[in-house]
Design a protein around this ligand. Structure first.
Ligand SMILES: [Zn+2]
Length: 255
């Protein structure tokens, strides 16, 4: 209070340390403050003399953006102090209530084009090979893998047809545009987001398996494994009482 009223030199002018408590400036006879030598000090003494004090313990009051809070909530404080940026258009495609964390994270990194696809590796080392490990032709890039690649597109179509969607685009940009409008039922759209992320994760996992071990699997196996992870997620949501999990499970209709 002294700091607010007097400014930065308030503590030294009043002889009261910056972090002094009320008890530090009280004694048995009342306030223990230096005599007023300015109008401001006089105003301060006049004000504090009107305060009715009691023996109750101090209670902290938390203000966020000038509004008194019932309790300290770290989320509210973080929202005030963190940098704010405009919401990106793809955020709801990556982060949603039925997302599988490792799928969403992989999709997110591909949206940012930060995963080490061979075209990116070549920009750091021109001697690197860039031929797609899945189809054996074409330059491996994000846009090729999802889903210009003859191998990847089979995985993608197997997953989208499971949702009775038969107009799925193959190009990266067209897919991002299509996902939010692909179906009139919003739960089918959520299932589609699960499927899209599962396809990305499964295809990238297969690509990395080939890169590191040389083992290969058919698109059918990749699609089946990807869908199994999605359906396990829906079962897990159901076991936690999620109505969304139950709806998604009906949409995926596990065999
Ligand atoms: Zn390919």
């Amino acid at each position: 209070m002294f700091y607010t009223f007097f400014g930065h030199d308030g503590p030294s002018r009043l002889g009261v340390p910056l972090f002094a408590t009320v008890a530090d400036v009280r004694n048995g006879a009342g306030w223990s403050l230096t005599s007023a030598r300015s109008d401001k000090q006089l105003q301060l003494l006049a004000f504090v003399s009107t305060l009715a004090l009691n023996d109750a313990s101090d209670v902290p009051h938390w203000y966020v953006n000038g509004r008194l809070q019932k309790a300290f909530v770290s989320k509210s404080v973080w929202n005030v102090i963190r940098p704010h940026k405009p919401l990106v258009s793809w955020s709801t495609l990556v982060w949603h209530k039925a997302a599988i964390p490792r799928h969403a994270t992989t999709a997110w990194l591909f949206v940012l084009n930060r995963n080490p696809t061979l075209d990116r590796l070549q920009s750091w080392n021109p001697d690197n090979l860039t031929t797609c490990l899945l189809c054996g032709s074409g330059l491996e890039s994000r846009d090729h893998l999802f889903f210009d690649c003859a191998y990847s597109v089979v995985v993608w179509l197997l997953i989208t047809r499971r949702l009775n969607l038969h107009t799925a685009p193959y190009s990266w940009n067209a897919t991002l545009t299509w996902l939010p409008t692909a179906h009139s039922d919003r739960y089918v759209r959520v299932a589609l987001l699960q499927g899209w992320q599962a396809a990305i994760y499964g295809i990238w996992f297969e690509r990395n398996t080939r890169f590191h071990t040389g083992l290969t699997h058919s698109p059918d196996v990749v699609a089946r494994n990807s869908l199994r992870i999605v359906i396990d997620k829906c079962y897990a949501m159901c076991s936690l009482g999620s109505a969304l999990g139950s709806l998604l499970l009906q949409i995926w209709h596990p065999l």
